[in-house]
Design a protein around this ligand. Sequence first.
Ligand SMILES: NC(=O)c1ccc[n+]([C@@H]2O[C@H](COP(=O)([O-])OP(=O)(O)OC[C@H]3O[C@@H](n4cnc5c(N)ncnc54)[C@H](OP(=O)(O)O)[C@@H]3O)[C@@H](O)[C@H]2O)c1
Length: 192
Amino acid sequence: MFPYIIINVAMSINGNISSAHGRYNISTEEDISRVLDLREKVDAVLIGANTVMIDNPLLRKAKKRIILDANFKLNENFHVFDGSVKTYIFSLKNNKINNAETITLNDTSLKNILNKIRGIGINSVLVEGGADVINQFINENIFNEFYIFINPGIVLSGKPLFENVEIKDMEYSILKSDNGILLSIKRIPITR
Ligand SMILES: NC(=O)c1ccc[n+]([C@@H]2O[C@H](COP(=O)([O-])OP(=O)(O)OC[C@H]3O[C@@H](n4cnc5c(N)ncnc54)[C@H](OP(=O)(O)O)[C@@H]3O)[C@@H](O)[C@H]2O)c1
């Protein structure tokens, strides 16, 4: 059985999750407090290596952190390795970083990773990005809750959440619509 998966992402109205210059605040203050509540609800927060490199997030309130870094491009100079909470790196390489435990993979498929996450006693995970990581969950149709906060601003030349896909008949409900729109996604039928 996989852990309970919650995905959360903030997107501009033209579909970007960051600007061409990297980190860009797409969330509002109010939305950030919703995300902090989500972090407190789950056993761990999961992000990809590029998000660590570009955003260098602290992941405040996360009980544990999971970083996917297949080729081990990260080093100890990022906030996620500050030692404040247990941090795992899932990688094909058996390298080490102070303040993190490496879980070595021979298969980077999401299913293998999720089984290993469950194996270390983590029963619920908040997936916070970036696009590469989130799209793997969408492709495998693995999520229990999925929230997209849409900021009604335009972010040019940024990183799109969806690329090379056609999405019709997405099933969703609108949870909020002030200073942005919060969607709860039920199903994403994608075509490539
Ligand atoms: N608006 C938001 O809510 C939000 C949230 C988070 C991030 N972001 C933005 O997203 C951007 C980064 O997104 P991204 O799509 O470039 O990258 P990403 O999803 O953050 O990270 C991708 C990297 O993670 C590693 N990885 C992914 N899947 C893996 C797996 N199954 N097993 C092991 N390693 C795996 C890979 O490392 P290798 O290269 O070694 O294969 C891959 O290059 C940033 O600009 C950031 O600002 C936005």
